[in-house]
Design a protein around this ligand. Structure first.
Ligand SMILES: Nc1ncnc2c1ncn2[C@@H]1O[C@H](COP(=O)(O)OP(=O)(O)O)[C@@H](O)[C@H]1O
Ligand SMILES: [Mg+2]
Length: 410
């Protein structure tokens, strides 16, 4: 069973590689300065808790999705000790090998002291030294992160699942993130106007202009999400079946906040959304903000006919999220023709041995996998297979030599 999983991933068209060759951190979290070569294959990142293992994966995922998976406050990533400096500066550089050639990805966080208040941090993106917008930066390095706390994805708030979708779909195509960013602006502008109409400072007719533009963007966002979630559901189901040993199939369905029903194409969807928005207008004026649209949509996760969000046990939730993450990796590889880098944070030690093996085997079938653990025996779980080791200790990280990190054992 495990062999067939590996065989399947090997034969995918996503066989052209993406890999990180080197990671350089300056004033990132508890790393003052780090220059770390990263090998192809599986790397186990070891170290006691609180020493910087998760920080390392966070910095890599940041280079993939353009923001931290842990915080929406960029300042938190700036090394605390540096915040006291005159002009604190944080830099993350990843040297990446892609199908299109070698790429250097760089993010700079510059903190400026605001009089009296906390330092304000601005973020800039560079690809091969050239400044880029976030939408052009995101997805060059494709990566999938699975952290132990992700098991709350199914039972947590819809916003967490929307964020999950946005990260997934923005790695699959460039246009998506731009649509989301534009849509967010339109929502903000229409919210202002709705409040203004409520206060009778503006006429309701002014809303029409924003509604038409919102519906267009909303339709593109929804259509991309519906397709991605459908494909993810297909990819995750067989993985879930193997992991759970249950014949209750898992499924993911897109759950829109607007009643739109079936649609032919994006244009038709746009008209349906516009109609739905207009039907909600009175309620929205009363509320003072937009009640329907992609910013309020959700994913419905089911196991058989059970709503997993409401009823799944901890174990079931873990298996479902694991299948979603492993499915995500496969989907990215299939859709983009490039294997993503796999990042597993403290995941394997939380699983029972059989599932742990399954995940290790799947992870090892990708070009590059990095996994953290506080258990010093993790590397030996790979048996005779080649595995690299990096040891993290209070803000420094270095490769551990002299183990099975020779080539040619795969
Ligand atoms: N901005 C920051 N500046 C300095 N240290 C930080 C910053 N953010 C987090 N840390 C430190 O990083 C450590 C946690 O690192 P983490 O990668 O989560 O550890 P683990 O190895 O357990 O995964 C803690 O000691 C925390 O104080
Ligand atoms: Mg950690």
């Amino acid at each position: 069973m495990l062999e067939s999983a590996r065989g399947a991933t090997r034969q995918r068209k996503g066989d052209s590689l993406i890999r990180i060759r080197r990671l350089r951190l300056t004033n990132f979290r508890n790393y003052a300065a780090l220059d770390l070569p990263i090998e192809t294959g599986t790397t186990v990142i070891e170290g006691a808790n609180g020493h910087g293992k998760t920080n390392l994966l966070e910095s890599i995922y940041l280079m993939s999705i353009g923001r931290s998976p842990r915080t929406s406050t960029d300042r938190e990533m700036v090394r605390k000790e540096a915040l006291g400096e005159y002009q604190p500066h944080t830099q993350i550089v990843a040297e990446v090998e892609t199908a299109a050639g070698d790429v250097s990805l760089q993010i700079d966080l510059s903190a400026r002291r605001a009089a009296g208040g906390a330092a304000r941090v601005s973020k800039t993106f560079r690809v091969n030294g050239v400044a880029r917008r976030s939408a052009e930066f995101v997805g060059v390095l494709k990566a999938v992160l699975f952290a132990a706390e992700d098991i709350h994805l199914t039972s947590g708030p819809p916003s967490a699942r929307r964020r999950y979708m946005d990260i997934l779909v923005s790695q699959m195509g460039r246009a998506y993130l731009r649509d989301v960013q534009e849509y967010q602006k339109l929502v903000t502008q229409r919210n202002h106007l709705l409040k203004s109409v409520r206060r009778r400072h503006s006429a309701a007719a002014e809303l029409e202009f924003w509604e038409a533009r919102m519906a267009q963007r909303a339709a593109r966002i929804m259509d991309a999400r519906v397709e991605a979630i459908g494909a993810l559901s297909e990819a995750a189901r067989p993985i879930h079946r193997e992991l759970s040993g249950s014949d209750q199939p898992m499924s993911l369905t897109y759950s829109p906040s607007a009643e739109v029903g079936e649609y032919e194409d994006v244009r038709a969807l746009s008209r349906l959304i516009l109609g739905a928005i207009q039907r909600q207008r009175e309620r929205e004026i009363a509320a003072g903000f937009c009640l329907i649209g992609p910013h309020r949509d959700d994913i419905k996760v089911s196991i058989g006919d059970m709503d997993a969000g409401a009823y799944a046990s901890r174990g079931q939730a873990r298996t479902v999220t694991l299948a979603m993450k492993l499915g995500e990796a496969q989907l990215l590889a299939d859709a983009c023709g490039e294997q993503p880098v796999i990042l597993l944070d403290d995941v394997v030690s939380e699983l029972d041995p059989a599932r742990g093996r399954h995940v290790l085997d799947r992870a090892a079938s990708y070009e590059q996998t990095l996994m953290t653990t506080a258990e010093p025996t993790m590397a030996s779980a790979f048996g005779s297979r080649a595995v690299n080791r990096i040891c993290v200790s209070s803000g420094s990280a270095a490769a551990v030599r002299g183990r099975a990190d020779r080539e040619g054992q795969k």
